[in-house]
Design a protein around this ligand. Structure first.
Ligand SMILES: [Zn+2]
Length: 92
């Protein structure tokens, strides 16, 4: 299954005061029951990444728009793995 990120209600994520694009979230195309959060190791707003104390993982991301987004590494949802490649989410 391959779904364009822009069709999954994507939103930028930030955490804390005066922060910008620190990650992004989208509706999970594998199960449709939750939103997936991808927090960036190097946030686009050039600040520090979010803390990982709540079990959050940081991802290496390239691209600064939902149309071009690339995430290095798989994002787990249950037994499924999600891959974000060239602005599309692939369920593997
Ligand atoms: Zn899911």
């Amino acid at each position: 299954m391959r779904v364009q990120l822009v069709e999954l209600a994507p939103e930028w994520l930030s955490s804390g005061v005066s922060r910008g694009r620190m990650g992004f979230g989208f509706l999970c195309p594998a199960c449709g029951r939750h939103r997936v959060e991808v927090w960036m190791a190097i946030p686009i707003d050039e600040g520090q990444p979010v803390t990982t104390t709540e079990g959050r993982r940081l991802y290496d991301v390239s691209g600064d728009s939902f149309e071009t987004m690339e995430v290095h590494g798989a994002i787990p949802c249950g037994e499924d793995l999600l891959f974000v490649h060239e602005g599309a989410v692939v369920v593997g």
